[in-house]
Design a protein around this ligand. Structure first.
Ligand code: ADP
Ligand code: MG
Length: 365
């Protein structure tokens, strides 16, 4: 067995009061009507990786209402040939905490054990909406390769917020700017390097893969100008930009102004101009490439969360997706409204049924 959860307990989390799931390492197909609580289970699994999880929700939003007591997720994770007890929970709306084998741990420690990647329905508009979503998508991929990427992003964002505040208040103290720009340059450069490295890994994985999904050529671009090439260059660019930034009231250079330009490789058509189905196929292809690249670099494929993906693929593509997931040996968690969406998997997957009751969501094998 590669990387997999073999037990999952979801407690007071969204629509689930208490769900105990026993998993055997095969992909997991969850089906049930709309609103039953399927995506909530995937979101729970996503919280075993650093950050806010699949829906980017706050700890308070995820607590089961109306009780609002706080929530807890615990699991047994098979990773690197060992078994780990992992827990994450939030009390009173406070930031979530993590424990591994009973000891307090950081989200990054957890990220080094549990690599989790996902595709969710809101990503369907990824190629046509703003750059932020594409950056976030790439950052999740970068983070799956290098869990410390999360740390660099947080530090960068924090320094930038502070710098933007100075800009808005028209502060002109050069020392103050220089200190913040130093932090931004150091972390901003790491962010940029991690993004480029992630794109290289994806590219190599796409080239080697035999897949039914179209490959995407991805390029990191700047919405304006060019991204400085070293941390020193970035520091200088920030200092030089101060005057212009004061007028704009915000920081105009840095990795927060990067974008991902994608092209449907076989056709040479920009991803944003592709059909909805093609755009979805490109995303599936990228997630599979991410999983393949992780299998090569860290020795096991990640846990893959595919929310409502089956419904958007025709039967042929669906069968191909299932074959590729099974060939990878990934524990993929997939949702759909009915069992027919998972028929092609047969007994290669474990099926769970999710329904709603007056006591909350119920998950049965
Ligand atoms: N914090 C919360 N407390 C209780 N119920 C919640 C909370 N957040 C969401 N829900 C409920 O969860 C259900 C949606 O669950 P979801 O997993 O998205 O459904 P689906 O099975 O369609 O994927 C809705 O009924 C919603 O009201
Ligand atoms: Mg759902």
């Amino acid at each position: 067995m590669g990387l997999a959860l073999t037990e999952l307990t979801v407690s007071h989390f969204r629509s689930h009061k208490l769900a105990r799931l026993a998993l055997d390492g095969r992909p997991v197909a969850l089906h049930g009507p709309n609103g039953a609580g399927k995506t909530n289970i995937l979101e729970a699994v996503s919280l075993f990786s650093p950050g806010r999880g699949m829906r980017r929700a706050s700890a308070a939003e995820m607590t089961r209402r109306p009780e609002a007591l706080g929530w807890k997720l615990s699991g047994v994770l098979q990773a690197q040939g060992q078994s780990y007890e992992i827990e994450t929970w939030s009390e009173g709306g406070a930031a979530r905490q993590v424990r591994i084998d009973g000891k307090a741990a950081s989200q990054i420690d957890l990220g080094k054990l549990a690599r989790v990647v996902w595709l969710i329905p809101s990503m369907d508009r990824l190629w046509i909406e703003g750059a932020e979503g594409r950056r976030r998508f790439l950052d999740r991929i970068a983070l799956s390769f290098d869990p410390t990427h999360a740390e660099a992003s947080l530090t960068y964002e924090k320094s930038m917020r502070e710098r933007n505040r100075l800009l808005k208040e028209q502060v002109r103290d050069a020392h103050w700017y220089a200190a913040l720009e130093g932090q931004m340059a150091e972390t901003g450069y790491r962010i940029h390097a991690a993004r480029l490295a992630a794109l290289d890994c994806l590219r190599a994985a796409q080239e080697r893969a035999e897949t039914a999904f179209p490959s995407a050529d991805l390029e990191l671009v700047q919405t304006e100008g060019a991204m400085p090439e070293t941390a020193d260059d970035l520091r200088e660019a920030l200092a030089e930009s101060r005057f212009r930034d004061l007028a704009a009231g915000r920081t105009l250079v840095g990795p927060h102004r990067s974008d991902v330009y994608g092209v449907f490789a076989a056709k040479g058509v920009p991803a944003r101009d592709c059909s909805t189905g093609e755009q979805k196929a490109l995303l599936v292809s990228l997630i599979l490439s991410n999983a393949r690249a992780l299998a090569e670099t860290v020795g096991a494929p990640p846990i893959v969360l595919l929310d409502e993906v089956a419904a958007h693929l025709d039967a042929g593509r669906r069968a191909a997706l299932y074959d590729e997931i099974c060939a990878l040996g990934a524990q993929a968690w997939m949702t759909g409204t009915g069992p027919e969406l998972f028929a092609e998997l047969g007994d290669r997957a474990q099926t769970l049924v999710v329904t709603e009751s007056d006591k909350g969501s119920v998950v049965t094998a």
